[in-house]
Design a protein. Structure first.
Length: 450
């Protein structure tokens, strides 16, 4: 039976409309500032980052130190663990996460106090993670966590989920509400889209397979970041066809990748069974739009109170900053050290050079490592590839790098650290699959555009 809209009070309508409108304007509505396309969340985040980046780096260092100290304290104090069970669950002496957190602490302190070898404290390693990536990630996550309830707790997700259900189910075998995750990434930031997905999965709105597919295929690179990449690599004059190419390749990859291992092997099960409405089938025979509004109003009528929201937001921000930021620091710095100071990616790129030559790309030996170095950080291929003379080769490098989506300095670390059942090797396999799909399509598009 479809929901009866007339049964809902004006208060319920207000609870649905006002937060959803504000959330849509803040997260999803593009506008132009100084000729650059942005959204409210990115604009506010950029204000913080542009004005207080050094202070944010210092604050991140403080958080990393506190996180490491708490990990040790929880190990030796059961009383403290019992007082903060959720945080204690995140900050354990895990054989993988704690060493990464500890290395992140060492790298952060070395950079802040400029003590240590150049390979650790240089601008291309810790200077990139703590000096640039961490302030951006931390700020975006803090703002996203604060305002995320506007999108997910007052009915907007339910309405979009119903309206997009048939399209997303037929194309991607996903629920319609995942469109919100994709749009939040597209207009704001890929890691923010991943964060929304992990939160929704841990609250029982997505199955493990759905969350894994969304995180690895719909954490779409934002318009503003794509513009930065194409400008850095020296091809800003072809931005429009470049971004259309990125969208097209991303669509094709999203159709193919979930149907292959490892994503097609992930169980289609929720973390726990809920009695709520997110998991039940919805009858749309009485009109799709009417049912969508009805579902949204049902959600709004059960919206959390301000006190409940404040408690949840504060807990989420604390847990997120203390658990994710140190790991991103550790993984990101380690990956950048390997990329900058070892021949690892050059060696791994050797098999790709003949393939690039086969595609007719000039400077293939120089470009081959860049196709793989994006696994460490998405911005590195453009940064390093700017010295390549061939415009076509630079176009291919820039296109493939933003279509791979998986990079361990941010997105990969967040997914692996979450409860979504994807490990490091899974992320590496998905990265390679998306690379194999994107590379020939990028070459084909580049030959028409350049």
């Amino acid at each position: 039976m479809s929901p009866n809209i007339s049964n809902h009070s004006s208060k319920t309508w207000a609870l649905f409309l006002l937060p959803s409108l504000i959330g849509t304007l803040f997260f999803l509505t593009p506008f132009s500032v100084d000729g650059q396309i942005t959204v409210g969340m990115a604009y506010v985040g950029d204000l913080f980052i542009d004005n207080w980046k050094p202070q944010l780096s210092q604050f991140a260092g403080f958080l990393i130190a506190v996180s490491t100290a708490f990990s040790l304290a929880f190990k030796f104090s059961h009383k403290l663990s019992n007082r903060m069970p959720a945080l204690a669950g995140h900050l354990t002496l895990h054989p993988i996460w704690f060493p990464l957190r500890a290395f992140g602490f060492i790298a952060a302190m070395a950079y802040l106090f400029q003590v240590g070898p150049d390979w650790l404290i240089g601008d291309n390693t810790s200077g990139t993670t703590l000096g640039n990536l961490i302030p951006i990630t931390m700020t975006y996550f803090g703002i996203a966590t604060l305002f995320l309830p506007l999108l997910v707790d007052f009915g907007l997700m339910e309405m979009v989920g119903v309206l997009m259900s048939k399209l997303f189910t037929r194309l991607f075998n996903l629920p319609g509400r995942s469109a919100i995750d994709a749009i939040a990434s597209w207009m704001g930031s890929g890691p923010v889209g991943v964060f929304i997905t992990t939160q929704q999965y841990e609250r029982g709105f997505y199955t493990a397979r759905e969350a894994a597919v969304i995180c690895t295929n719909f954490s779409i690179v934002s318009v503003s970041f794509s513009l930065l990449v194409i400008n850095v690599i020296g091809l800003g004059h072809v931005f429009v066809p470049y971004y259309l190419t990125v969208i097209g390749i991303g669509f094709v990859a999203a159709l193919i990748t979930p149907r292959l291992p490892p994503l097609n092997r992930i169980r289609n099960e929720f973390i726990e069974e809920l009695a709520g409405e997110a998991k039940r089938d919805i009858d749309t025979s009485n009109g799709l739009f009417k049912v969508a509004i009805g579902e949204a109003l049902n959600r709004a009528s059960n919206a959390p109170t301000l006190k409940q929201l404040s408690s949840r937001v504060g807990r989420n921000i604390t847990e997120l900053w203390l658990s994710i930021v140190p790991v991103v620091m550790g993984i990101g710095t380690l990956a950048l050290i390997l990329a900058e100071y070892t021949p690892l990616f050059t060696i791994l790129g050797y098999p790709l050079a003949p393939i690039l030559n086969l595609f007719g790309l000039e400077e293939a030996a120089k470009a081959a490592p860049l196709i793989l170095v994006g696994f460490t950080d998405m911005f590195l291929p453009a940064l390093i590839g700017a010295s390549i003379e061939s415009e076509l080769t630079r176009f291919v490098v820039a296109t493939v790098s933003v279509c791979q989506l998986i990079y361990m300095s941010e997105v990969g670390a967040i997914v692996v650290k979450s409860r979504i059942p994807l490990g490091f090797l899974d992320m590496a396999m998905i990265f390679l699959l998306r690379t194999a799909i994107a590379l020939p399509l990028a070459v084909l598009a580049g030959n028409f555009i350049i």
